[in-house]
Design a protein around this ligand. Sequence first.
Ligand code: URA
Length: 232
Amino acid sequence: MRLDKFLSNMGIGTRTEVKQLLKKKHVKIDDKIETSPKKQVDPKSETVKVNEQPIHYIDYVYLMLNKPKGYISATEDNKQKTVLDLIDDYQYLDIFPVGRLDKDTEGLLLITNDGQFNHQLMSPVKHVAKTYEVISEKNITKNDINAFKVGIELNEGLTKPAKLVQGDEVNKSFVTIYEGRYHQVKRMFHAINNEVTALKRTSIGDLQLDSTLEPGEYRHLTQQDFELLGLK
Ligand code: URA
């Protein structure tokens, strides 16, 4: 990879800024000053330093965000705040949200730049479970639980069987779905003559939202998190 591309991909600066750093002899490869932006570098076997600080190579990034309300699940928008506005680092790695949560939905949202990872979790054929905490206008009934177990008729057809469980408070329940249709949970509740008033995603597969993350905070996924997602 070209040295200027590597440095700008690692967030050191724009290509122009990187050229300036090179010109001013601030960059070393294996402790030798390098000034050419075109110089080929293998960041896995060579150590690149800027102002004596080693620049570690990252190709993929995997983050768990506790999405707050009021942010859209997109990479950019002219008018609205996007979930990427909450991420301070890694923008240069072309990160994006894994699937979507509605603007007014909170909770677990994964952010990555790995298309394969996104596919593993979001492809409709993989049936990865997603669980939501729901606050609804009315309390759920035994009939509702049974109706979800069978599948709910939406205008485009029957949903896959879903799990509905009463929560520990009135009007609170947990729903697990195995697909990701547009506004799915809200529309399923609407179909049983109820309305969602607040929605929070609490897990994807066996990976739960880290309870130490305040809304708007994020952290890197760990090896254990990958295992909980059924990925290695
Ligand atoms: N279902 C919804 O209705 N909204 C979401 O954000 C996620 C699932």
